[in-house]
Design a protein around this ligand. Structure first.
Ligand SMILES: Cc1cc2nc3c(=O)[nH]c(=O)nc-3n(C[C@H](O)[C@H](O)[C@H](O)COP(=O)(O)OP(=O)(O)OC[C@H]3O[C@@H](n4cnc5c(N)ncnc54)[C@H](O)[C@@H]3O)c2cc1C
Length: 458
């Protein structure tokens, strides 16, 4: 423990979990009690559930990037960069700043909330071809890419090229994939009216999942309603099917079908941030194994939560159940972990995290939606009102709320201009470029670096 100065609390990641944690720490700790530092590559908290609406142009990217500094209380020191390794024994976090400088950040307490990345599998061509839907850059890129396909198909005289540019494949029938397919299909359906040379019947969206049901969390009846809405809108849904191989101009499904396409959007689940692998600690399906108090066993002062951690789900009452990776849990765990950090700092007992799931809202664009708040099944406009109302109220700042509401109204009244900005064209655009999966150290590299830095200081 650092005895000369105030205890140092280091929070890694400014997502749902990290931001709630920092806000609570600032509110409950006096400035003399601890020094709070936040490591984050971006100056905003991304409201991920609204990303499909950014991709489809209903919302501008800025409206879902909630400012970290718009808060009168913000006394936290913010390091612009990403943690690339943690040495639990030496209590040092290695950070790569946004200018590529590597710095060691010592801590007394660390809260690990770096979230997750897109989970991929060993499918030939997948990581070189697919786009994810996890970052603001990915959402903005996909929008431009889809509009580009319409522009190029319109300009082409080659029927085969037209066909491949006008077919789109989304893999993943969870809420992220379903909302993405639904929102983007609305985009192309509306945009094609501006392309009189294109036959709208050539535009085809495929939504596939290896599971036998879409969004099983919705239950049978509501899941079937979502399926019917999407099929009515012309989205071809294939269940029990995945990708066998992917290439730049076609993908092969596991049922043998070959789909000519230049657009493969991969949303088949998430995996904990690669930062967790640098700790050399026990994991559950890649997420850091923590106690119900969100502590790492045998390591004082180490906490983890959100998508990056396997927090026992005590409300389920089932042995071994862990909280699903949702914003609903991450936000609440953020507040709760802050209370536990404060309790640890003050030598008080820590409390276990318990939260009963409140349900699910799924915005399928326009008036289409299905929601299950507190177990009540809703469809159509009531479901849409609940979905939008829920997200709107969960946005952290008044300015973000105003931006989102204004965007919704503007889109409803004026529609979209389907402008291809081109500002990201010719930039590297693979999963590893958007999600920085190559940036991390191995546990041995972390140890060697921290020990080397220690020797240099001595
Ligand atoms: C398209 C989509 C739709 C979704 N819809 C819903 C929904 O409707 N309801 C719901 O409950 N959940 C939804 N989710 C899931 C939800 O967004 C996540 O569960 C939630 O964001 C997890 O919170 P978190 O704080 O753990 O991670 P995040 O919110 O992802 O935050 C992690 C933060 O850490 C930063 N970071 C990453 N690596 C590092 C590093 N090495 N160093 C420092 N910082 C780092 C990231 O930039 C990010 O800011 C959706 C997700 C997606 C992708």
């Amino acid at each position: 423990m650092n005895t000369v100065t105030r205890p140092r609390i280091l929070v890694v990641g400014a997502g749902f979990a990290g931001v709630e944690c920092v806000r609570r720490l600032e509110r409950k700790l006096s400035p003399g009690e601890a020094e709070i530092t936040l490591v984050t590559p971006f100056a905003y908290q991304l409201y991920l559930p609204l990303l499909p609406q950014v991709a489809s142009g209903v919302l501008t990217p800025q409206s879902v990037a909630v400012s970290l500094r718009r808060s009168s209380r913000y006394r936290t020191r913010i390091i612009p960069g990403g943690a690339i390794g943690v040495d639990l024994k030496a209590k040092v976090c290695v950070v790569r700043t946004i200018t590529d400088k590597i710095v060691d950040e010592p801590f007394d307490y660390i809260v690990l909330s770096p979230g997750s990345i897109t989970r991929t599998f060993d499918i030939p061509g997948l990581t070189d071809t697919a786009f994810g839907m996890k970052t603001l850059a990915e959402a903005a890129y996909i929008r431009d890419h889809v509009i580009t396909q319409l522009d190029l198909a319109d300009a082409s005289e080659d029927p085969a090229e037209r066909a491949s540019r006008l077919q789109f494949v989304v893999v993943g029938g969870g809420y992220a994939g379903t909302e993405t397919a639904a929102c983007l299909q609305r985009l192309t359906h509306a945009a094609v009216k501006r392309y009189p040379r294109l036959d709208p019947r050539l535009i085809k969206w495929h939504l596939i999942d290896i599971a036998p049901k879409l969004m099983p969390e919705l239950g049978d009846k509501l899941g079937r309603s979502a399926l019917e809405i999407l099929r009515r809108r012309g989205i071809e849904i294939s269940l029990g099917v995945s990708i066998a191989k992917a290439g730049p101009e076609e993908v092969t499904f596991t049922d043998g079908r070959v789909i000519p396409t230049r657009t493969l959007i991969w949303t088949a689940g998430v995996a904990a941030s690669p930062l967790i692998g640098t700790l050399g600690a026990e994991t559950v399906k890649g997420r850091l194994a923590v106690t119900a108090e969100m502590c790492l066993p045998d390591h004082d002062g180490v906490f983890a939560l959100g998508d990056a951690a396997a927090v026992p789900d005590l409300a389920k009452g089932q042995d071994g159940a862990v909280c699903p990776p949702t914003a609903q849990h991450a936000m609440r765990q953020g507040t709760h972990v802050a209370d536990n950090v404060i309790a640890a700092l003050r030598g008080q007992p820590l409390r276990p995290y318990v939260h009963k799931d409140l349900g699910l809202v799924v915005d399928l664009g326009g008036a289409d939606a299905v929601s299950k708040p507190l177990g009540v099944e809703l469809r159509g406009l009531p479901a849409q009102a609940v979905a939008r109302g829920y997200h709107w109220s969960a946005l952290r700042t008044g300015v973000a709320k105003t931006r989102v509401m204004t965007n919704w109204l503007l889109n409803a009244v004026a529609g979209d201009d389907f402008v291809r900005t081109g500002f990201q064209a010719r930039k590297p655009a693979k999963l590893k470029d958007f999600e920085y999966t190559d940036a991390y150290l191995s546990p041995e590299e972390v140890r060697a670096r921290v020990e080397g830095a220690g020797r240099a200081r001595a």
